[in-house]
Design a protein around this ligand. Structure first.
Ligand code: HEC
Ligand code: HEC
Length: 178
């Protein structure tokens, strides 16, 4: 019913394009997915990504930086001592590498998030996210196997590869979406 996508998973991994929601016409039609083009990954990017995945992926999924603009990532990185009730501080060298990685690959425009002047640090609280997930009943989210919308990988089986196609969604205890 939505979503026309064409790159293979292999291409996703290699080129690291990722499929998110914001398309140019997202606003008008609400349901277009476009690929966020691959910023080419240098060797330095790759090791920064590995560090990010290790450090920021230990408590939850390592969210793709493209989901939020630079100002959101800066805010997150500047408040790690009080990060959603946890302390996620890093040593200064790692902090710098990870902040650089996140801000380099951050979304370039607010079309991605639908965010206005405010600076959301949760992807799950951005307007486009909320709109995209508005039809999902609360009980599917609050159940033990999911807990919250922050737990992308509970439902998006290919999220780690940067792919959020609707047909890849499997909601625990409910199955595919549609
Ligand atoms: C010590 C554990 C821990 C570490 C390490 C950690 N986080 Fe988190 N993070 C959390 C918790 C807890 C939440 C809230 C999860 C929830 O609401 O279910 C969260 C939520 C988030 C969210 C919001 C998710 C959403 O859209 O709702 C982002 C973005 C985030 N973290 C980024 C980071 C980054 C970047 C790093 C690395 C610098 C990091 N986190 C490291 C514990 C951690
Ligand atoms: C409870 C399961 C669940 C969780 C958790 C969840 N999603 Fe989703 N997501 C869905 C479903 C179902 C859809 C399709 C909604 C629709 O079309 O009405 C969707 C749609 C999307 C889309 C749009 C895909 C498309 O084809 O238009 C993106 C992007 C997305 N989710 C990203 C995320 C991210 C990032 C997270 C974590 C921060 C997340 N989701 C957490 C279930 C979930």
């Amino acid at each position: 019913m939505k979503t026309v996508l064409n790159l293979s998973v292999a291409a996703l991994v290699l080129a690291r394009s990722i499929y998110l929601y914001a398309g140019d016409d997202y606003e008008e039609h609400g349901h277009h997915v476009s690929s966020v083009a691959a910023k080419p990954m240098t060797q330095r990017d790759k090791s920064a990504m590995a560090l990010y995945t290790k450090e920021c992926g230990s408590c939850h999924f390592a969210y793709q930086p493209e989901f939020l603009p630079k100002r959101s990532w800066d805010k997150t990185m500047n408040t790690l001592d009080n990060h959603f009730g946890t302390n996620a501080t890093l040593d200064p060298a790692d902090h710098k590498t990870i902040q650089g990685y996140l801000t380099t690959h951050a979304s370039k425009s607010d079309r991605m998030t639908g965010m206005g002047g405010e600076v959301a640090i949760r992807i799950s609280e951005t307007p486009n996210f909320k709109r995209e997930h508005r039809e999902i009943p609360q009980k599917m989210v609050t159940q033990a196997e999911v807990k919250s919308f922050a737990n992308c990988t509970a439902c998006h089986t290919k999220a780690a590869g940067g792919s959020y196609r609707e047909r890849e969604v499997r909601i625990p205890n409910y199955g595919s979406w549609e």
